[in-house]
Design a binder for this molecule. Structure first.
Ligand code: NAP
Ligand code: G3H
Length: 484
């Protein structure tokens, strides 16, 4: 194949610098969650082909790690430029492949260009240190350790469907600037968008074999790649279920996990409720709630809830719903299984006594934004990650109970605290068992140079430009011993 796809929309994999079809002849058809139309076909690679990819990756390591950092950075700058030039084309693919609304699709591509540029800058600022032996008891100035960071080897990047460009680049960029070679296994639904990112990196001048792709169903080929002896680091974003499985089978291969969440917004009595309501509606419903950091529950007291509900309802009723090409916010979910699960969560809550304020309407995989009040701890929606546009309100007696319920979740990604009292905000923030607490803002990942991490079932390890570079490099110490 001469490019990443042919005129029949059959996409190849980038293997050792060439876009190639699988010798197995097995392909996976990708149709749009928006209207069922064909987006393209991707390859289902065989185990033998995966072996080849890993072999090329190993062979390219010494070449890539010897490329000066400023040249590596130059390739990332160029890729960022190409992504921006192709933003319209790539966001059109995102809209069809994962039914992401137009505004969020364009923003994902541009954010990724910024991410790559920032990563290139961070790479150029990497410095080593020299540690003198004299600081330790019995040590001597004659002993000095020169410490710099070196690559880990071949990084396996596994990305989820909901940010196929950004959450692929957030692994690839820092891994490459750190001197690693990378194999990307994108989500099957989302793979075509991710392949366009890879094409931009290839066109920017990456040598063959430095970045390669492996498409195919995770359930079929995933375990084989993850447990392959040639993989030196696994950087995974996806569900807690799959993340947990990978951590069980990966044995001694280090891994970084970005997993699910059940982010809570705690709204205090003195909060600016109009602001909180606007902000929470955006946080809960953008891209139909299919974000790890979506606000997935509100925990508040009766007095606040009574006032907040009307404001939330007014905001939710204004949300445009429908086809991702039509300037909307809430779009059809990624597949029928996700829509069925969303429907189950709503019906379970209503059957157990939750108050339906707005929503509970379904057309195919399109779930209308739904607000449930008086949600109690026996309801599934109180604990499960819906990954759909459902927002439950849990009413509590006081903020001590709010913190207790927030922390009772198996997840620990982020939480929000809305209040005008910064002292209260800080005291509550200290008690919340999460990676990040947002004071007076919805839960969200960016800006992308901030540390981003989940605790408990939400993940392991820290992302964010410089943190990701650190995660995918290791210290190498060379100790000099001066003789008298
Ligand atoms: P998923 O089903 O867990 O899939 C994630 C990736 O893992 C996909 O590429 C998938 O490939 C692959 N995979 C599945 N089984 C595998 C196996 N046995 N070995 C290796 N790879 C395997 O998650 P998703 O539905 O795409 O994404 C939604 C989830 O991701 C949500 O829970 C969300 O909260 C979480 N997420 C977390 C963050 C964060 O930063 N914390 C960010 C985004 C999303 P296939 O597509 O081929 O199955
Ligand atoms: O889905 C997980 C993403 O990392 C969330 O990013 O908060 O910018 O939507 P976001």
């Amino acid at each position: 194949m001469s490019g990443l796809c042919n005129e029949k929309l059959i996409y190849g994999n980038l293997i050792n610098g060439q876009w190639v079809e699988s010798a197995s002849g097995k392909v996976i058809t990708i149709t749009s969650p928006a209207d069922g139309s064909l987006v393209g076909e991707i390859q289902a690679l065989s185990k033998e082909e995966v072996n080849e990819v890993i072999r090329y990756s190993k062979e390219s390591l010494s070449l890539w790690s010897s490329v000066p950092i400023y040249e590596k950075a130059g390739i990332l700058y160029k890729a960022a430029e190409l992504l921006e030039e192709r933003a319209e084309e790539i966001s059109d693919i995102l809209m069809m492949e994962i039914a992401k609304d137009k505004k969020s699709s364009v923003s994902e591509v541009k954010r990724t260009a910024d991410f790559l540029r920032f990563t290139a800058d961070a790479g150029k600022s990497l410095e080593g240190i020299a540690v003198s032996g004299e600081n330790f008891p019995g040590g001597s100035r004659n002993k000095m350790s020169y410490v710099k960071r070196v690559p880990l080897g071949t990084v396996l990047a596994i990305s989820p469907f909901n940010y196929p460009i950004n959450l692929s680049a957030s692994k690839i960029g820092p891994a490459l600037i750190g001197g690693n070679t990378v194999i990307l296994k994108p989500a099957t639904q989302g793979a075509i968008s991710a392949l366009h990112l890879v094409k931009a990196l290839q066109d920017a001048g990456l040598p063959g074999g430095v970045l390669q792709t492996v498409t195919g169903k995770g359930s079929e080929i995933g375990d084989y790649i993850v447990t392959h002896g040639g993989i030196d680091f696994i950087n995974f974003t996806g569900s807690t279920e799959v993340g947990r499985h990978l951590s069980q089978i990966s044995c001694m291969t280090p891994l970084l996990l970005e997993l699910g969440g059940k982010d809570a917004a705690l709204v205090l009595e003195d909060a600016d409720l109009e602001y909180a309501a606007r902000n929470i509606v955006e946080g809960a419903f953008s891209y139909s709630g299919q974000r790890c950091t979506a606000v997935k529950r509100i925990i508040t007291t009766d007095e606040v809830a009574d006032r907040l509900v009307d404001m939330l309802k007014a905001g939710i009723e204004k949300l445009p719903v429908g086809d991702p090409r039509e300037n909307v916010v809430v779009t059809p979910l990624i597949d029928q299984k996700s829509a069925d699960f969303a429907e189950f969560l709503i019906q379970d809550a209503i059957a157990k006594g939750a108050g339906l304020i707005v929503g509970n309407k379904r057309e195919g995989n399109l779930i209308y934004p739904t607000l449930l009040d008086h949600v109690t701890v026996d309801m599934e929606i109180a604990w499960k990650e819906p990954f759909s546009p459902i927002l439950p309100i849990i009413r509590v007696e006081n903020m001590e109970e709010a913190v207790e319920i927030a922390n009772r979740s198996e997840y620990g990604l982020q939480s929000s605290v809305f209040t005008k009292d910064i002292n209260k905000a800080f005291r509550i923030a200290e008690k919340l068992e999460v990676g990040t607490v947002q004071i007076n803002n919805k839960t969200e990942r960016g800006p992308d140079h901030f540390p981003f991490l989940g605790v408990k079932a939400s993940g392991m390890g820290t992302q964010g430009v410089k943190y990701s570079i650190e995660a995918m490099t290791r210290p190498k110490a060379i100790t000099i011993n001066l003789t008298e």
